[in-house]
Write a protein that binds this ligand. Sequence first.
Ligand SMILES: [Zn+2]
Length: 407
Amino acid sequence: MKQEQNRGKRCHCIVCGAELGTKPLLEMAHMPASAQKIPLTKEEAENEAVDLRLFQCPGCGLVQFDCEPVDYYRDVIRSGGYSTTMVELRTRQYRHLIEKYHLEGKKFLEAGCGRGEFLKVLTSFPVKAYGIEHKGDLVEIARKDGLNVIRDFTERVDHVIGTEGPYDVFLSFNFLEHQPQPGVMLDCISNNLTEDGMGLITVPSFEYILDNDGYYELIRDHITYYTFETLRYLLESHGFQVLEEEMVNRDTLAVIVRKTGAKKAGQKPAAKKAVEIVYGKADVSGLEKNRDKLDHELENLSDSLKKENKTMAVWGASHQGFTLTATTHLKDSVSYIIDSAPFKQGRFAPGSGLPIVPPDYVTDHMVDAILIVAPGYTEEIAGNIRKWWGEQIRILTLRSEKVEELS
Ligand SMILES: [Zn+2]
């Protein structure tokens, strides 16, 4: 029996509790059940598929899946690591926050700090930097790196975080969108903050996904899809005032908040009226069109390869690669998925069950074409394919809704 039949559905909004209703914005069949849990067997991988339904809450407007969260939602797994762009962004954000609000010497807490990638950047500022992380091996890595990190999670509202509280400022980087109880997380943090404590929060932007028809950005790990409006509603409902809002890296919402304590006085902001939500309803037609176009393109590609008796591989065991191979005609025509990350190799892609292999596997298992699905690394990978295997392999990539041939 497929696992998806055992997974419960949620009927109420994660943030305001309103009933989600019966009409999803979007239904997505046979999606990878997880972006991070990569099974060890083909059979297990084939069972790691779920049908996802994306809803918009009629109470607060928040877009969300109605499924259970992935079981590792408390862990902060950042595959990007230390990129120069991210270090520069955090440095700019920290400097602005500390200088503008005079936070020198204050205690900062990063709630969900992973291996401490961003906490490390904070240590070059004149503040006290603390972090909590749920995943034990990441805590160890952060501590070995000299960071002040403990294993902890904001499980309950009355949970006391560490022994250094109350903290003056909290940081939360791309973590809220994984949370099935973002309100509990915020209340817990609030209770561990000083009276006029502050916060800096980032989440992926849903508007960015809509503007770019980014169907393949939707993943089960991200159970909610915030806009400035719905994020503000969540924060105000939990006693935070939004002082600044900014779009960063083109695809991420960043907000600075201050604790007001309004929650204690019972001043929950009124949920929006249904009529406003109807006018503000998220338009996902572009996403659907993009998905259909791409599926059609990939069907044509699969057919033409099959006719010529040719083989193909995908490069990139990322969530986009998993979704594409699980949901389109690719699964019938692809032999394997190539990825350079050792911890993914020897495993199988959730949804499609395709094996994930290291680049040197190609030498003894040559294919006629490689489709690169690795946004941001396409040129580098294409260069390596030419360098290692010459001109014999056709190189293809995905740009928006089209398959393109690279020469
Ligand atoms: Zn809601």
